[in-house]
Design a protein around this ligand. Structure first.
Ligand SMILES: *[C@@H]1O[C@H](CO)[C@@H](O)[C@H](O)[C@H]1NC(C)=O
Ligand SMILES: *[C@@H]1O[C@H](CO)[C@@H](O)[C@H](O)[C@H]1NC(C)=O
Ligand SMILES: *[C@@H]1O[C@H](CO)[C@@H](O)[C@H](O)[C@H]1NC(C)=O
Ligand SMILES: *[C@@H]1O[C@H](CO)[C@@H](O)[C@H](O)[C@H]1NC(C)=O
Ligand SMILES: *[C@@H]1O[C@H](CO)[C@@H](O)[C@H](O)[C@H]1NC(C)=O
Ligand SMILES: *[C@@H]1O[C@H](CO)[C@@H](O)[C@H](O)[C@H]1NC(C)=O
Ligand SMILES: CC(=O)N[C@H]1CO[C@H](CO)[C@@H](O)[C@@H]1O
Length: 375
């Protein structure tokens, strides 16, 4: 429930302690305003080995605190109240497979999180609550819809605060599947997320960080969810991330929202080459992401947005299968396609559902966008 981070930011704004820049903010929400294009990961596959030194961070922005490379990987450490070191990929990806090798931090109320976050606040989460050294949380949000906090599941994991585990998500336009050490622990079909309305479907950055959900200044609901108040005399609290692997199912230089729907079919992909701009979009007629084979080339000076898909989402044409990426390099070498167990037995809780309806304002000044779609 990293969206609790939003609540914390709101709470903190009130006492003007600007910590937890958090993982769940946006600098520009394309559903409300016109935003510059997102800088995309233009290759299929991306890998960071955080044991190799500071160069491992070159494709990441540190958005809070300091994160160092150690022999155990990137170290995210809370030494005192207010610490919330966080990194963010400096690119977006659009549907994909993401694998993070992580050891969560131990400590009451300490949250270790892996968050996919888009500009219009679609979100996919893993959160390790340091109070509970036997489980991990999965969660998701669509378009910042935080009216309910009942979407989380808590699959069992063996001593996540003592042991590295591989937390993976396979994210396509038809479903999201969470895996722990290669075993599927949850599958969310597009139509099961309020007929797609709450289904995360826009280009994401990956944000990884640690924060104190149990900070005594947090709301009661947040502290309860985090398993109690954090005692900073127990610090340091350390989370380690050994490596991150990302397969981007729709590589492109830029992603642009062509309207204010937030539908994946509205996202335009573009590559800028010396001879012009190639654009495409993800077809709604397929149950999986299609790569940019439908891209058309246009001359440099006439490069225009040529959305090739205006299809509407038809749930009857969606299949729920694990063959969700047939037109892309299969991630199944790293994800067990035969996994069928779902999180049906995992407990759903509505912890702290009393904290409703809060939204947050951007907390970070708008960065100057480096890339513009129209050139
Ligand atoms: C990270 O490394 C720098 C330089 O070695 C050091 O000064 C700093 O204290 C380290 N930060 C953390 C959080 O360990
Ligand atoms: C990363 O930081 C750079 C430099 O501040 C900025 O231009 C870029 O937009 C950031 N990337 C993301 C994805 O926020
Ligand atoms: C937000 O999600 C809830 C269910 O989780 C739904 O009842 C509500 O209509 C959604 N709100 C919007 C604006 O889509
Ligand atoms: C998770 O662990 C708890 C406590 O050990 C156990 O009662 C429960 O059955 C486990 N759940 C699953 C899905 O294995
Ligand atoms: C952009 O270029 C990448 C790398 O060459 C390619 O895989 C991708 O399909 C291209 N995307 C578009 C929208 O042309
Ligand atoms: C999924 O893939 C397997 C093996 O590649 C194939 O046998 C099966 O028919 C496929 N299922 C669907 C729904 O496409
Ligand atoms: C958009 C699309 O492909 N729609 C098809 C969905 O499937 C039904 C049959 O199940 C077709 O009739 C639609 O044309």
């Amino acid at each position: 429930m990293s969206s609790f981070t939003k609540l914390i930011v709101v709470a903190l704004a009130a006492v003007s302690v600007p910590f937890v820049s958090a993982q769940t903010y946006t600098n520009c929400n394309p559903l409300d305003e016109t935003c510059s294009a997102d800088s995309g990961l233009s290759k299929w596959s991306f890998y960071s080995d955080f044991t190799t030194g500071d160069s491992a961070f070159e494709d990441w922005n540190t958005t809070a605190g300091t994160v160092n490379s150690t022999s155990s990987g990137a170290a995210f450490v809370i030494n005192e109240k207010g610490d919330a070191p966080t990194i963010k990929s400096n690119f977006y990806f659009f549907f994909g497979y993401v694998e993070v090798k992580m050891k969560i931090a131990s400590g009451t109320g300490i949250i270790s999180s892996i968050v996919f976050e888009s500009d219009d606040l679609d979100e996919i989460d893993w959160e390790g609550i340091g109070t509970y050294n036997y489980e991990i949380e999965t969660n998701y949000f669509g378009k910042d819809n935080t009216t309910t906090y009942d979407r989380a599941t808590y699959p069992n994991v063996t001593t996540p605060a003592d042991t590295f585990h591989t937390y993976a998500v396979d994210w396509t336009s038809s479903q999201i599947e969470w895996f722990v050490d290669g075993v599927s622990v949850r599958t969310l079909a597009y139509e099961d997320a309020l007929d797609g309305k709450n289904f995360p479907q826009t280009p994401m950055t990956l944000r990884i960080g640690i924060w104190a959900g149990g900070d005594p200044d947090n709301g009661e609901g947040t502290i309860e969810w985090a398993g109690g108040e954090t005692d900073y005399s127990d610090a340091p609290f350390s989370m380690y991330v050994e490596s991150v692997k990302i397969i981007n199912y729709n590589p492109a230089d830029t992603y642009t929202y062509s309207d204010k729907t937030g539908d994946y079919t509205s996202i335009k992909l573009a590559n800028t080459t010396s001879s012009g701009t190639t654009t495409s979009s993800v077809s709604s007629l397929s149950s999986s992401t299609t790569s940019s084979s439908s891209g058309s080339s246009t001359g440099a000076s006439t490069a225009t947005s040529t959305a090739t898909s205006t299809g509407t989402i038809s749930s009857s044409n969606r299949t729920i299968s694990s063959n969700s990426t047939s037109s892309t390099p299969s991630p199944s070498s790293s994800t067990p396609s035969s996994s069928t167990s779902t999180a049906s037995s995992a407990s759903f809780t509505a912890a702290a559902a009393n904290v409703l309806g809060l939204t947050m304002n951007p907390v970070v000044a708008l960065p100057i966008a480096a890339l513009f779609f129209f050139l």
